[in-house]
Every structure is written in structure tokens, then in C-alpha cells.
Write a protein that binds this ligand. Structure first.
Ligand code: GLA
Length: 410
């Protein structure tokens, strides 16, 4: 009897993908913040298989794939109807070759394919949601050889009838594990139920806010919801850094780099997302992107900050309403420093390394400025900028961000 119960529990654990080998397979995904592209920010529902193929080709041609942007993620509006057996099918007009063919196409180019669904009855764009079909949909995605799932939170009910988010996302996690394919699981619940407190066991990244919009500092009302500019989203990350680390990341939303009006704003947005250890999911038109934008996204020294193996999220070291100095401890006792100019005029700032301890108490990281010298490098250009403990004088244009690396010498 006891033995029978035990066997049943083991079988159940296997069915739910809770066996150690399976859990390990998922734990190994997203050890550093995922990098890729997603269709939503620039294209919304205007997507089809030609766009996805062209974007994949462009990611290869412009060097983004080799810089690390490997996920090609289809957002909402790819879906058609369910078939007679309940299996989701793509919109046959927009994706006539099917999702498996698209997966083959991107895999052949050294990329991975992402897809989108929703924990409710319908997606935000009104297509079929996965509620009640979780295991069937995860199986379908695995059969199509999908590598990444963004899972949204629209139409999940209201008030006491709303789905329990933890339960809803855990169900899809279990469905993905049961389907057996390692799929990065992106929780898109907009930060409404403090996902940072529970999502680490469920997914690899979790949205911390409502939707981003391509403006520097704004709130855009849409009736029942609001979208937020770059600085607004940045400010909403306060207090969350302790929840992020290898395998599980705070997600301040997909990037608007390339969609902001000035180069300075695009640079700042990218720099701050790297300091935040945020997923780097580009959201612009990759096919006709300007070379200056590609240069920002592929800057190897900034990407290296993003992908640092310690996976420690940065913090605001000093802050005034106009200017913020951020710090992020990196592997091998290196530090990244970013000086963000939030204002509309050029500003100059002196960083006095000798006068102010550079320390991250939460992670027990302390720069040994008094004991050793650190070489300072401008990360945008790769040029040397002196050494500590000398102070560093930084001039930053309006809405721009300077980024430096401190590397211990000797
Ligand atoms: C929500 C998400 C967005 C996008 C849209 C698609 O608003 O937060 O990122 O996926 O739905 O409809």
C-alpha cells in the first residue's frame, strides 16, 4: 500500500517534470539574462512569417546573433483557431508554412525560436489563450521545437474570480517540463502580484511592470492600463535587485532601443538595461535599423556587463534628481559604473573613488580602492580613462549615459 502510494507519487513527479534530470535541464537555461528580439514593440499585431525570416537573416548579417541575440520571439497575434482536437494552429494567412518550418529556418541560422501565449481564455490581442489547454499547448510548442515562451496575463478574470497567478504560471511550467523540451519561460504578469517573490521557482524571467513605451519619461494612459517610459520603468525597479540572479531575472520589459528619438536616449536605455542585468530583447525593426543603433546593441563591452557570470543586478550608488551613478559588481573583482544624465542639459560630475566606499552589502562585494588600483575604461569606446584612486571627471550629454569598467591592476 505504502509502496503503491510511493510509486504513484514518483510517477506523478515524473509526469510533472519534477525529476532531478528534468529540473536540471530547465535550471541550466538563462544562467545569464536572455538576449534576442521580439516582434511586439515595433510591429504589434502586424506580423507574418516573412517578417520573422527577414529578421532572422538580419540578426545574422548585422552581427547581433554573434553578439548573443539568439532568441527570435514571435509575440501576440500569430494564432489562428484550434483544430478539431484542440491543438493551436497558426493564422494560416500570416504563417502559411507553419511554426515548425519557421523553427527549422531560424535553427538553421544558429538562432532559437520564441512564441507567445496567455494564461487566460484569450490573449491581450484577442487570440486563443492557453487556459485549460496548458499541457496540450506546451506539447504543441515542443513539437514545433520552440525554445522560449512568453506567457501573458490578459483575460484571467477579475476580482475574486481571477486566476491565482502563481498557480496559473506553475501549471504552464509543469506543462513545459512534461513536454520535455528545454524552453525558457518568460512570465509576463506585469508585476501586479509581486512575481519577484514567487516566480523564481517557476520561470526564468518575470516582468516587473506594465508595458514599456518609446518615450524617455512619460506615462501613457490607455483606459484600464498605462504604459511607461524608460525612466519610469527604471524607477520601478527599486528594491528588486535581491530577487535576480543566474537562472531568474527581473524583466523591466523588452527594449525600445532604436525606437527612441535621440541616440543619447537609445544609449542610456541600453546602458541601464545592462546595469540592471535585464533580459536584452530588442524590439525594433532589425531589417532597416541604422548602423548606429546596431553599434549600441552589439557593443561588446556593454554586452559583457549584461552577461557577467555573477549575474548581480546593479544599484544606484548616488542619486540626484538630474544625475544618477550606478554600480554593478562583476566577476574577478571588476565593477561597472554608469553615469545617467536624466536631465535635458549636459552635466559634469566628479566620482571620488577614494572618498566614498564602493560596496554592495547585499552581495558582500567591496571594491578595494584603498589597497589596489583599478584601471578605468570607457566602455562605449574602449579608451582608457585613468586609474583609481584618482577621481574621475565625467561629462555626460543631455539624456545620455557614460559607462566605465573598473579592472583591478596587478
Ligand atoms: C501585453 C504584454 C505586451 C505584449 C502584448 C500583446 O500588453 O505586456 O508585452 O505581449 O500584451 O498583446
Amino acid at each position: 500500500m505504502v509502496k503503491g502510494t510511493f510509486r504513484f507519487l514518483i510517477a506523478l513527479a515524473f509526469a510533472l517534470g519534477a525529476n532531478p534530470a528534468s529540473a536540471q535541464k530547465f535550471a541550466e537555461l538563462a544562467r545569464t539574462p536572455p538576449m534576442g528580439w521580439n516582434s511586439w514593440n515595433h510591429y504589434g499585431c502586424e506580423i507574418d512569417e516573412t517578417l520573422i525570416r527577414r529578421t532572422a537573416d538580419a540578426l545574422v548579417a548585422n552581427g547581433m546573433r554573434d553578439a548573443g541575440y539568439v532568441y527570435v520571439n514571435i509575440d501576440d497575434c500569430w494564432q489562428g483557431e484550434r483544430d478539431a482536437n484542440g491543438f493551436l494552429q497558426p493564422d494560416a494567412r500570416r504563417f502559411p508554412s507553419g511554426i515548425k518550418a519557421l523553427a527549422d529556418y531560424v535553427h538553421a541560422r544558429g538562432l532559437k525560436l520564441g512564441i507567445y501565449s496567455d494564461a487566460g481564455s484569450k490573449t491581450c490581442g484577442g487570440r486563443a489563450g492557453s487556459q485549460g489547454h496548458e499541457f496540450q499547448d506546451a506539447l504543441q510548442f515542443a513539437r514545433w521545437e520552440v525554445d522560449y515562451l512568453k506567457y501573458d496575463w490578459c483575460n484571467t478574470g477579475t476580482g475574486p474570480a481571477q486566476r491565482n497567478p502563481r498557480e496559473a504560471y506553475a501549471t504552464m511550467r509543469d506543462a513545459i517540463r512534461a513536454a520535455g523540451r528545454p524552453i525558457v519561460f518568460s512570465i509576463c504578469e506585469w508585476g501586479e502580484n509581486k512575481p519577484w517573490e514567487w516566480a523564481g521557482e517557476i520561470g526564468h524571467l518575470w516582468r516587473t511592470t506594465g508595458d514599456i513605451v518609446n518615450c524617455w519619461n512619460c506615462e501613457l494612459g490607455h483606459g484600464s492600463w498605462t504604459s511607461w517610459g524608460i525612466l519610469n520603468i527604471l524607477d520601478k525597479q527599486a528594491g528588486l535587485r535581491k530577487y535576480a540572479g543566474p537562472g531568474g531575472w527581473n524583466d523591466p520589459d523588452m527594449m525600445e532601443v532604436g525606437n527612441l528619438p535621440s541616440l543619447a536616449e537609445n544609449r542610456s536605455h541600453f546602458a541601464m538595461w545592462t546595469m540592471l542585468a535585464a533580459p536584452l530583447i530588442a524590439g525594433t525593426d532589425i531589417v532597416s535599423m541604422k548602423p548606429e543603433i546596431a553599434a549600441i546593441l552589439t557593443n561588446p563591452r556593454l554586452v559583457a556587463i549584461s552577461q557577467d557570470p555573477l549575474g548581480i543586478q546593479g544599484f544606484a550608488w548616488h542619486r540626484t534628481p538630474e544625475l544618477e551613478v550606478w554600480a554593478r559588481p562583476l566577476a574577478d573583482d571588476k565593477w561597472a559604473i554608469a553615469v545617467l544624465n536624466r536631465s535635458d542639459v549636459q552635466r559634469t560630475h566628479r566620482i571620488d573613488f577614494a572618498g566614498e566606499p564602493l560596496s554592495d552589502d547585499l552581495n558582500q562585494k567591496f571594491a578595494k580602492i584603498g589597497e589596489r588600483h583599478y584601471a578605468i575604461t570607457d566602455q562605449w569606446t574602449g579608451q582608457p580613462r585613468g586609474t583609481t584612486p584618482q577621481p574621475l571627471d565625467v561629462t555626460v550629454d543631455a539624456r545620455d549615459t557614460a559607462v566605465f569598467l573598473l579592472t583591478p591592476e596587478g
